[in-house]
Design a protein around this ligand. Structure first.
Ligand code: PEP
Length: 281
């Protein structure tokens, strides 16, 4: 993925009409976890009203506790894909936690007539799940969003990306989502967006930032600006090519990570900030 000068594998790509590379920026605002068809529809309609063609939607949720909501899995895929088609959403970032989910997604896309596309997300807990990486690398059709492992070195996470590429899939976007430290961080994770230019220097992969999972709260500075917005701007000014952001029509009713979700009436503000930060880059 560009780590060696003789590596010519392309790392920018077009998928379902959307171009991904180190030279542009896409926002993937959406639900951390799919809960109801109504919320999916409200989210997608709002995105369409704001000219957005990408989103994030979690169907398979890796949870710390086995008693927490685990996601609706394949049962929600038909309505998620149909609604995406209805509102012109072209790419959905969707985490998978097992290789069988790839087939489930393929089958559901096929059954709904492929009105949308899926970027397979590998979460921070699976960054070094080598068998999953190899399986996802073997399928060449769907691009991959690989999250940095939260407790391993950057080098180890970049090697995880090589697992995907070495099996044949170099359509990989590398995501920074914060690190776990034992320093009593004010945020859920220590924000690592200063590594955006480092990853771009070491590789040719587009780089994503995930302010929601990095910050993990709706805390705001005294001027009223949410920390999620601050770090989004920091990531973009550092050169990020993609932003993942949790939104929810009713954050208090969200089944996963409601406390970090932005409200839909904050989407315009968020997108304006993204634009301003991009111009500052
Ligand atoms: C997510 O994006 O829904 C998620 C669980 O992220 P992470 O793997 O970074 O915790």
């Amino acid at each position: 993925l560009g780590r060696h000068k003789d590596d010519q594998r392309p790392t920018s790509f077009n998928y379902n009409g959307v171009h991904f590379g180190q030279d542009n920026l896409h926002v993937f605002a959406g639900l951390c976890a799919v809960d109801t068809p109504e919320h999916v529809e409200i989210m997608m309609r709002t995105l369409a009203e704001h000219g957005q063609v990408c989103t994030r939607m979690g169907a398979y949720k890796p949870r710390t506790s086995p008693y927490s909501f685990q996601g609706h899995g394949k049962t929600c895929l038909p309505y998620v894909f149909e609604l995406a088609g209805k509102y012109g959403i072209k790419v959905i970032a969707m985490e998978i936690t097992h290789e069988s989910h790839v087939d489930e997604i393929h089958d559901a896309l096929h059954a709904t007539g492929n009105p949308t596309g899926v970027m397979l997300q590998i979460g921070t807990r699976n960054t070094q799940n080598f068998e999953l990486l190899k399986a996802v690398g073997r399928q060449r059709e769907l691009p991959v969003l690989l999250k940095r492992g939260f407790g391993i070195t950057l080098e180890e996470s970049l090697n995880a990306a090589e697992y995907l590429a070495s099996e044949g899939n170099s359509k990989v976007i590398f995501a920074l989502r914060g690190m776990k430290t034992n320093m009593g961080d004010p945020h859920r994770n220590f924000v690592d967006f200063s590594h955006v230019p480092v990853v771009k220097r070491l590789t040719r992969m587009p780089v994503c930032v995930d302010p929601s999972h990095s910050v993990g709260t709706r805390d705001a500075s005294p001027d009223g600006l949410l920390d999620v917005m601050h770090v989004t701007a920091q990531g973009i000014v550092a050169g990020a090519n993609m932003v993942l952001a949790d939104f929810h029509p009713h954050p208090t009713k969200a089944l996963v990570d409601g406390p970090q979700a932005l409200q839909l009436n904050e989407l315009s503000w968020f997108l304006d900030d993204v634009q301003i930060a991009r111009e500052a880059y």
